[in-house]
Write a protein that binds this ligand. Structure first.
Ligand SMILES: *[C@@H]1O[C@H](CO)[C@@H](O)[C@H](O)[C@H]1NC(C)=O
Ligand SMILES: *[C@@H]1O[C@H](CO)[C@@H](O)[C@H](O)[C@H]1NC(C)=O
Length: 256
């Protein structure tokens, strides 16, 4: 049985449902958006972006992101350094990391995030001990930065998880692709750690996260694609494509 209720009534019904469990069926029949305030970030069209369109948005999100949470897994207890609590053996740890996309023009690695890996960092040590990695990024901070307002529902904004492994970028490629210049452009303070500099506070090296899979949450599922992207499509998207789309809160091209 479907029961249509005005938004205010719906909120009350939801409250009742939480406490009593009754009326659950009609509430579940209501699209979530009917309780949302009229919002500028909802797309005008009713159609859900395709996986491909979402991949283009995801590539833009990666390119515009300055940081992400890099998740690695501690080695099993027999391989764990004595400096590390034994209870974290085989446990994932996520730590924020500067990122950039400094290999955009390399067909093979265009969509692999660039990271300045410090030898002392937990993520680097775990990766060297064999851990695969994930990188989580979201549009939450940047949305607030661009619009100056908190979104009514951050859960309705894009986020992305990239899974794969870390790989050192060969020094010839670093020079040829201008990785340093690209990274410092995004992170001015990273000059303090540039690999091979005698002033560097910590020894580091350039790595790429070789993306094996990408998982995308475009926002609420009734208007957005949520799911795995195709790795081939992820890699093949061209710069012109992600330059031609806009994420929520960004000015349209003709407004810039
Ligand atoms: C643990 O260390 C041993 C000896 O160094 C090595 O052979 C083995 O591959 C390591 N195992 C893991 C899971 O890192
Ligand atoms: C890392 O992922 C690959 C699959 O991409 C898998 O074969 C390998 O066993 C994983 N490594 C570890 C240490 O779990």
């Amino acid at each position: 049985m479907k029961v249509r209720l005005p938004p205010a009534a719906l909120a009350v019904v939801q409250l009742l449902t939480l406490t009593s469990g009754v009326l659950a069926a009609p509430v579940l029949d209501q699209p979530l958006l009917s309780i949302l305030p009229v919002s500028e970030e909802l797309p005008k069209t009713l159609s859900i972006p395709s996986r491909y369109q979402s991949t283009v948005l995801a590539r833009r999100l990666l390119h515009l992101s300055t940081h992400g949470d890099l998740i690695t897994i501690f080695p099993p207890s027999q391989n764990l350094s004595t400096r590390i609590p034994s209870s974290v053996a085989s446990t994932p740890i996520g730590l924020p990391e500067y990122i950039a996309t400094c290999e955009e023009d390399d067909a093979l690695h265009a969509a692999d995030p660039t990271i300045l890996s410090l030898k002392i960092s937990t993520a680097t040590r775990n990766a060297e001990a064999g851990s695969n990695v994930s990188l989580a990024i979201s549009w939450w901070d940047e949305y607030i930065h661009l619009t100056g307002t908190r979104p009514w529902a951050p859960a309705n904004l894009p986020r992305l998880s990239l899974t794969g492994y870390l790989e050192e970028i060969p020094s010839s490629a670093v020079t040829q692709k201008g990785v340093e210049t690209c990274f410092v452009k995004k992170h001015k303070d990273s000059v303090l750690w540039l690999p091979g500099r005698k002033w560097a506070a910590h020894e580091g090296f350039w790595t790429r996260l070789v993306v094996q899979e990408a998982y995308w949450i475009g926002g609420f599922g009734d208007k957005n694609y949520i799911g795995w992207l195709d790795p081939e499509e992820w890699r093949a998207i061209k710069r012109e494509e992600w330059e031609g789309v806009r994420l929520p809160g960004e000015k349209k091209e003709d407004e810039e």
